[in-house]
Design a protein around this ligand. Structure first.
Ligand code: NAP
Length: 309
């Protein structure tokens, strides 16, 4: 275990999606020594969006990577530091909170903002995991280019699935959008974008099996939930967009979570431990958007300020 016994940050932010980066911006700008710990790459789910049309200030839309880098730069401009580290253990009860990352590094802070976001939900199908990266993807922006002029399916009916289908239709020969109900959950703004000759929306249908061909995805076995009729379609890739699960396993026994694993923190973002705040998609809330995650980050930073003073 490597340890810096001396250093105690004013605040450590776990996660660098819009909630974490906004918390870091506000804390650093208020003069607090701020460290952001990021597991993989900054941006969280935001960085996987190819086109963000509803974040204020970008009338022509903005891509997730650009928005992420802008938020990161803005936080850094006020002195926030960022490093990589997957937090696996925490001690939050004392005045100095202790966070340990996977590689054994220990960090200390007077307050903590937890903004770990959420990870894509899987379908739980038999060979879904084995075919991950071999035709099964959870990120159209990241992997869409591999399917130029090919046939793909997007599974889900929310904003992500609708956005993915619209995005993929620009490069793929054919896109099936497969949804388990008879209407999409996605906002109305996607209706026009999905009205394309190469997009076929298949309602009332679930995927029973991902079919393998030569070690890769070759098709899907589908079942109509109303008629029980089963059919197979040939696809080269399948994009799973069936929502997210909060990335809160690492605090499961320490902080109050609801039955789905979301932090039981209200609009104040305060958790059940003083000095520890939960911001963004990981928090129990009604609307999960970049703008509400950013708002949580600002509120959490305000909580940090109150707590530290
Ligand atoms: P979501 O809104 O939770 O939608 C998940 C979809 O997957 C739903 O249609 C759901 O069906 C379906 N589903 C869930 N489990 C399934 C399963 N096991 N098998 C088949 N289908 C399943 O998730 P999301 O689309 O990823 O969006 C997450 C949040 O981010 C939302 O708040 C969304 O508004 C936001 N978002 C916003 C934007 C934007 O504003 N530009 C873009 C992307 C995401 P049911 O409809 O039957 O429940």
């Amino acid at each position: 275990m490597s340890e810096n016994m001396e250093k105690v940050y004013d605040v450590i932010v776990v996660g660098s999606g819009p909630a974490g980066l906004t918390a870091a911006l506000y804390c650093a700008r208020a003069g607090y020594e701020t460290l952001v710990l990021e597991k993989y790459i900054p941006g969280g789910q935001m960085v996987t969006s190819n086109e963000i049309e509803n974040y204020p200030g970008f009338p022509e839309a903005v891509d997730g990577f650009t928005l992420t880098m802008n938020m990161k730069k803005q936080a850094e401009r006020f002195g926030a530091k960022q490093t990589y580290g997957n937090v696996t253990a925490l001690r939050l009860d004392g005045d100095v909170k202790i966070l340990e990352t996977e590689d054994g590094t220990v960090y200390r802070a007077k307050s903590v903002v937890l903004a770990p976001g959420a990870a894509p939900r899987t379908l739980g199908l038999l060979n879904e995991d084995a075919l991950r990266g071999k035709g099964v993807s959870y990120c159209a922006t990241c992997d869409g280019a591999f399917y130029k002029d090919k046939t793909v399916a997007v599974i889900g009916g929310g904003d992500t699935a609708a956005g993915d289908a619209a995005f993929l239709s620009a490069m793929c020969k054919k896109v099936y959008l497969i949804h388990r109900r008879d209407r999409l959950r996605a906002s109305k703004s996607y209706e026009k974008k999905l009205d394309k000759p190469n997009i076929e929306i298949v309602f009332d249908t679930v995927t029973d099996e991902i079919l393998e061909k030569d070690g890769k995805v070759g098709g899907l076995r589908l079942r109509n939930v109303k008629t029980d009729e089963v059919c197979e379609i040939e696809v080269n890739g399948v994009f799973v967009a069936v929502g997210n699960v909060p990335a809160t396993d690492f605090v499961r026994d320490i902080l109050d979570l609801d039955e789905n694993g979301y932090f039981m923190a209200g609009e104040s973002t305060k958790t059940n431990v003083p000095g520890v705040f939960a911001a963004g998609d990981c928090r129990k809330k009604t609307l999960r958007q970049i703008v509400t995650a950013a708002a949580d980050g600002a509120v959490a930073a305000h909580g940090v300020e109150e707590y530290l003073s």
